[in-house]
Structure formats: C-alpha cells, structure tokens
Design a protein around this ligand. Structure first.
Ligand SMILES: Cc1ncc(C[n+]2csc(CCOP(=O)(O)OP(=O)(O)O)c2C)c(N)n1
Ligand SMILES: [Mg+2]
Length: 595
C-alpha cells in the first residue's frame, strides 16, 4: 500500500484537518489519506485501469492514481469515459471505473451509468462532489448538486463515503453491487473533503477489503433444469437464442457444447455474435424471419424478450396480430428470477448464472440427445442457403457510388482475416448492415449500441477495447453516430491506440438526400455538410486519414491501418440515397398522419 508521510495537526475540536505539507510542523508519522485509500482499495480488488476526466475535486486523484501504477485514461468528455468503463465491464466481468468531477462532469457520466445498468454491464461511476453541508442547505456551492439522489434511479446501487476509514467498505460494496447477480452500474459519491482526510497508515490498511467471491455462482435448482429439458426434448421445432448475457458469462466452451450436443439451431443476438463462429452450420441467423415464427420451443440463454426480440409475441413470432402470442413455449435461462414472464409466459425458467446453468443442462443432456427432427433442420438449411446466395450476389456488385453492401463486403473480409480484432459498431444503416453482413468468429468481439440502440458509444468503446482488450479495433461508424464522440480521436492519437475508424459517410442521419420542404436556407434536420472530410480530424492529431470512394481503396486503407497499428480514420463515401429511415427499425417511427 502506498503511504504518505504527513504531519497531522489536531484542531481544537480534535478533528483531523487536511494534511499540512510544510515539513517539521509537528512530529510526523506514517499516515495515509482518502486519495491513497481509494487508489489502494481499487488496486487491492484487481482494478488496473481508470477512465475519466480531471478537475475539482479529483485532479490530484488522477495524478496520484497514475503515480501509483494505475493506468489512467483521460478523455475529452466524461460520457465517452463512461462508455469505456461500461464496455470494460462487459469484456472483463470486473467493474469498469469512470471518474468524474462534480455536478456537470457527474451528469456527463450519468448517461453511461444508466446505459451500463440497462445493458447489465458492471461499472462504477466515481464522482467527486461538493460540500455536503452547503449542498444540503442549497447555499450555492461550487458545482452544487445532490448527486446521490439523482444517480439512484439510474443504477443498481448508489453509495456515499464521508470518512476515510469507510473507503474500503464503500469500494467493496460498490464492487459487489456491480458484479453480483445481474450486473449493472453503481454510483460512488466522494465529497471533496474526503480526499485529504488523513488516518494512521496501518489502520487505513486494515480498513480496506479485498472482496472475496464478488460474483458468487448461482446454481440452478435441479428440478428447474429437468423441467426445461423435458420441454426441449418434446420440441418439434426447437430454437436456442443466445443473448449478450451468454457472451458476458465467459462460458464459451460449455455454450458451444450445449448447442452442438443438442443439434438445435441457434440465433445469436447482436453482441453474442461470435460466441460460436457466425459461419457455424447450426447458426440460423440467415433464416431469422423464418425460425422465429416457426419455432415451437425456444430456449433463451442470457437474452431478454425485450423490443429486440419483439417482446416474444406479435407477427415476428407468428402471432395473428401485433400483440398476439405466437404459440411458442419458452425456456429462459437467466440470472434474474424476475425476468421470467416479463413479456410472455415462460414455461420453464432456469434461474442461475449462465455458466452454472449451462453446465447443469449439459450434465443432464449427456451425449445421446436426440437431434431435432430433420424436416425442421432441412427447412432452415434451405432458407439459409437461399438468403446467403442472395446476399453474396448483392455483395459482389460494385456500384458507383459505393453503397453499404459493397463497403461492408470489404469489412467482412478484413474481419475474417483478423478474427481477434474488436468490431465496434454504431449508426442506423451502418449498424444494421454491418451486423448482418460482417461475420464474427470469436466471443465478445462485437461491441455495439446494445439494448438502447444508443449513439455515441463508438470512440469510448474503441479506446477501452484497445486499452483493456489489447487488440486491433475496427470501428464501423455512421457519420451521425461518429459525431457524438468524434473528439476522442485525439484521445486515440494521444495514447497511440491501434484503432481504425471507418465512417460510412452518407452525409446524414439515415440518408443524406433530404431537403428542407419549405425551400428555405436551413438544411433538413437529417443531413450534414456534404462531402465532409472527417479524415482530417484524425490527421489533426497526428493519426492517419484516408478518403475512399471505392471498395478497393477501402480495403487498401484498412489493411494498412491493421499492418501499421496506427490510429486511422477512413472516410468511406457512401451513396447518400442508400439508407432507409432508422435502418431496420423503420416501423418504430411514429409518423404524422397524412392530411
Ligand atoms: C443518444 C442517441 N441520440 C439519438 C439517437 C437517434 N438515432 C438513431 S440512429 C441515429 C444516427 C443514424 O445516422 P448514422 O449514424 O449516420 O447512420 P446511417 O443510417 O446514416 O448509416 C440517430 C441520431 C440515438 N439512437 N441515440
Ligand atoms: Mg449516416
């Protein structure tokens, strides 16, 4: 543990004041303080990286953290640091840490905290805050805000530490809350006064807690496993859906064994792509719109029946009307007992952590599980090969200007050749086309907009993937999506990260060809400056910029980026008429009734 030698002055009340820095004032002794206790508590629990942005009252904390050997990645906007922390949680099963200043910095980090909670990513937002007495009396302190109260509804748990000797407990509670059960975001409020509070070093050391078993396994009940397998065994048209909870679990070999030993076709949700290679013969992705309505028993593994799965009902599932049940029986493997029945009836809930649940299922499945009926498998195979052939035809076209397909055909090849690279992805058309065209080969490599379809995660995720994942990053970005976090290309250059950003530049949100219906001077709210030269942003900070208008030029630029591992931004010019409103989710747009 780091300790500091400070002289402690007793105040008239006997309370400890901030450590004095003048030597020889009083008999000095081995002391520590709030700064060091926080750093030591994080290190003790295996945290090695902090994402954040300095300022009052945490400036010195960022310095001291770096001096202590922690990796401190400093961003240009807290929201991006927050997204980096959130995706670190997904990648590592350890809480990602985002450090911010009070009020405005805290609020900037809050979107990411809520995003982490919604997506079940463990993350801790650590924010400095202003003086409690002043804040609570609303006397107008510097950056005054009741941060704890504001954070509470947006995270799993929120804690405030007022005394240095409680930092160990505060950090331990935050870690447990973030990673145990269903993971999520946690807020830790640290008032400015806490940091310089001194205490005797040995007592400080004793106050820290190394959390034992922070995410205890939750073993499913045997009868729940049996009930699920009985249902699965009787299925004529079974289907497995793997969600990002399954990817998070890091139970990759067992999940693959579950799929392969049962022989059941599976669909990966977006961030579960690569859990098994997308080229796996049991993948039903290319026949999604066939298998959902046709299936009779569906096993959800770490996947929720939210909007991304049309709530498990309606026409997508073969229901007669928008809200009608399609007749499927569901098995739901999930860590949260209250997830079941959230949208439709779950006939066989299996509650536990995904790893333990899949292990328990495998134990009873054994090695002689009857394969699903062959007419089901061949019907899927037929659809698949038809759709794959259709896609191959589309990808082979070389239109001018380039469209999403011809550009993403290149990205697909590059990812295939670099299966360890992380693929960060956001946008609307730029997202949906990438998801369906670019195959993934390894688990937890596809990092995207998640449950909310949130724009702005791109550069924060890219930084985290490069720093924490230590691999090449390829970020496929809509031009609108990129704009939300574009300034972080400076961060990417500053830390010299192997990030290749590809902007699918169609001059706007969804498309670039909209006009102001009044004929007035203002452009449509959906379009940007035409032929914007985004690559110059990267060049401004010493990275490599490329402007490409053909698939061949895109391929050459991406190959060079990966060879050199230099920060690179490729401005890929896409036909501004190629996209559709909201990509694949056009139907969710409320449109004004036609007069
Ligand atoms: C934080 C946030 N703000 C706004 C939106 C609404 N939205 C969805 S996609 C999108 C941008 C789509 O444009 P682009 O990234 O250029 O992708 P394209 O469809 O043009 O390829 C926006 C603004 C959102 N999802 N998240
Ligand atoms: Mg666009």
């Amino acid at each position: 543990m780091d300790t500091v030698t400070v002289a402690r002055k007793a105040s008239p009340s006997g309370a400890t004041e901030a450590p004095a820095t003048t030597a020889g004032e009083a008999a000095s002794q081995q002391e520590t303080d709030g700064f060091h206790l926080l750093i030591d508590a994080l290190k003790l629990n295996g945290i090695d990286t902090i994402f954040g942005l300095p300022g009052i009252p945490i400036t010195d904390l960022t310095r001291k953290a770096q001096a202590s050997g922690l990796r401190v990645i400093s961003f240009r906007h807290e929201q991006n640091a927050g997204y980096a922390a959130s995706i670190t949680g997904f990648m590592t099963q350890k809480p990602g840490i985002c450090l911010t200043v009070s009020a405005p910095g805290f609020l900037n980090g809050l979107t990411a905290l809520a995003h982490a909670t919604t997506n079940c990513f463990p993350m801790i937002l650590v924010s400095g805050s202003s003086e409690r007495e002043v804040v609570d009396l609303q006397q107008g302190d510097y950056e005054e805000m009741d941060q704890l109260a504001i954070a509470k509804p947006l995270c799993k748990a929120a804690f405030r530490v007022l005394h240095a000797e409680d930092i160990g407990v505060g950090v331990a509670r935050a870690i447990r809350a973030a990673v145990s059960g269903r993971p999520g975001g946690v807020y830790l409020d640290l008032p400015a006064k806490l940091f310089p509070q001194a205490m005797e070093a040995e007592a400080g050391r004793q106050s820290l807690i190394k959390v034992v078993d922070p995410a205890p396994r939750q073993i499913p009940a045997h009868d729940a496993v049996q009930r699920a397998l009985d249902l699965l065994k009787g299925a004529k048209r079974p289907l497995i859906i793997l969600g990002k909870g399954a990817a998070y679990a890091q139970a990759d070999a067992d999940i693959r064994a579950l799929v392969e030993r049962t022989g059941i076709p599976y669909l990966p949700m977006s961030m579960a792509k690569g859990l098994l290679p997308d080229t796996h013969e049991q993948s039903a992705s290319a026949a999604r719109s066939f298998v959902l309505p046709e299936s009779d028993v569906v096993m959800l593994v770490g996947a929720r029946l939210n909007w991304l799965l049309s709530h498990g009902k309606g026409k997508t599932w073969g229901g007669k009307s928008a809200k009608a049940w399609g007749g499927q029986k569901f098995i739901q493997v999930d860590i949260s007992p209250i997830e079941a029945d959230s949208n439709v009836r779950i006939d066989a809930p299996v509650v536990g952590d995904i790893g333990s649940c899949v292990k328990a299922l495998l134990a009873d499945i054994g090695s002689n599980w009857p394969k699903p009926p062959s007419d089901w498998l061949s019907a899927i195979a037929e659809r698949k090969s038809k759709n794959v052939a259709k896609m191959a035809e589309t990808l082979a076209k070389n239109p001018s200007p380039m469209n999403f397909h011809s550009a993403l055909g290149v990205v697909r090849d590059i990812v295939k050749a670099n299966p360890d690279a992380y693929l960060v992805n956001e946008g609307a058309n730029a997202l949906d086309f990438t998801r369906s065209i670019v195959d993934m080969y390894n688990p937890r490599k596809r990092l995207d907009v998640g449950t909310w379809g949130i724009m702005g995660v791109g550069m924060g995720y890219s930084v985290a993937a490069a720093v924490v994942g230590g691999q090449q990053v390829i970020a496929i970005e809509g031009d609108s999506a990129f704009g939300f976090s574009g300034m972080e290309v400076e961060t990417i250059c500053r830390y010299n990260l192997p990030v290749c950003v590809v902007i699918m530049n169609n001059n706007g949100v969804y498309r670039g060809d909209e006009v102001n219906p009044t004929g007035g001077k203002d452009p449509s709210p959906l379009v940007f400056v035409k032929d914007a030269r985004y690559e110059k942003l990267m060049e401004a900070f010493g990275g490599v910029g490329a402007y490409v208008t053909t698939p061949d030029a895109l391929r050459a630029a991406m190959e060079e980026a990966i060879r050199s591992r230099r920060p690179t931004l490729i401005n890929a010019v896409i036909d501004e008429k190629a996209g559709t409103e909201s990509g694949r989710i056009t139907g969710l747009n409320p449109t004004a009734k036609k007069k």
